[in-house]
Write a protein that binds this ligand. Structure first.
Ligand code: GDP
Length: 197
């Protein structure tokens, strides 16, 4: 998919105030610092569409971007930031669960996982929640350039093996690097394929 336009639409903290539009949307979510903003900028070929986070855990908003005037890319807040208070975590959970439960035009969630790290309970639990609520999702392993090819392959195999203990049907996954552009075509073609169905 060629990106011909990418525009910021709205930020908000209430699902009810998300754009009143039937356009298909694709949500990006992951732990703070996983590389979500960098990935969004890489996918859209815009330097600062999503603000790369100087202060992780700061932005607790749902950000909508209109891509090619035909679909929404949704930047959801990063989760799992240690220095966020318990009540802030609760509010975040409510807010995210409401988004996935209510937003019918949400076609697929991309759950970002840092390819350097071992499976983290917070990510595994989040994906289990998505599964239980029948939210379609894919995994995106980020920052692939930070590992040598062998180590990357080993980490992803380990991650998949861990997930196989819980999942009978495995989600599709992509491997990306925002520095090299790796995985860009695959993610965008995946979205394109669904949009043209
Ligand atoms: P966010 O908090 O998930 O939005 O993460 P950011 O996109 O702000 O990235 C967090 C840090 O990781 C920044 O210092 C980025 O430059 C770095 N980063 C993000 N993606 C990549 C990547 O693919 N490769 C490399 N080498 N660094 C990355």
């Amino acid at each position: 998919m060629k990106i011909t336009s990418a525009e910021f639409v709205i930020s908000n903290s209430e699902v009810a105030k998300c754009p009143d539009s039937r356009l298909p949307e694709y949500a990006f979510i992951g732990r703070s610092n996983v590389g979500k903003s960098s990935l969004i900028n890489m996918l859209t070929e815009r330097k600062n569409l999503a603000k790369t986070s100087g202060r992780p855990g700061k932005t607790q908003l749902i950000n909508h971007f209109l891509i090619n005037k035909s679909w929404h890319l949704v930047d959801l807040p990063g989760y799992g930031y240690a220095q966020v208070s318990k009540s802030a975590k609760k509010t975040f959970q409510k807010f995210i669960t409401a988004y996935f439960e209510k937003r019918e035009q949400m076609i697929c969630a991309f759950v970002l996982i840092d390819s350097r790290h071992k499976p983290q309970p917070i990510d595994l639990e989040f994906m289990e929640w998505l599964g239980e609520h029948q939210v379609p999702f894919c995994i995106i392993y980020t920052k692939a350039d930070k590992l040598k090819p062998k180590a990357l392959e080993r980490n992803i195999n380990d991650y998949q093996a861990e997930m196989l203990q819980t999942w009978t049907e495995m989600p599709q996954y992509f491997i990306t690097s925002s520095s090299s552009g790796m995985g860009r075509d695959e993610v965008l073609d995946y979205i394109d394929r669904i949009n043209s169905q």
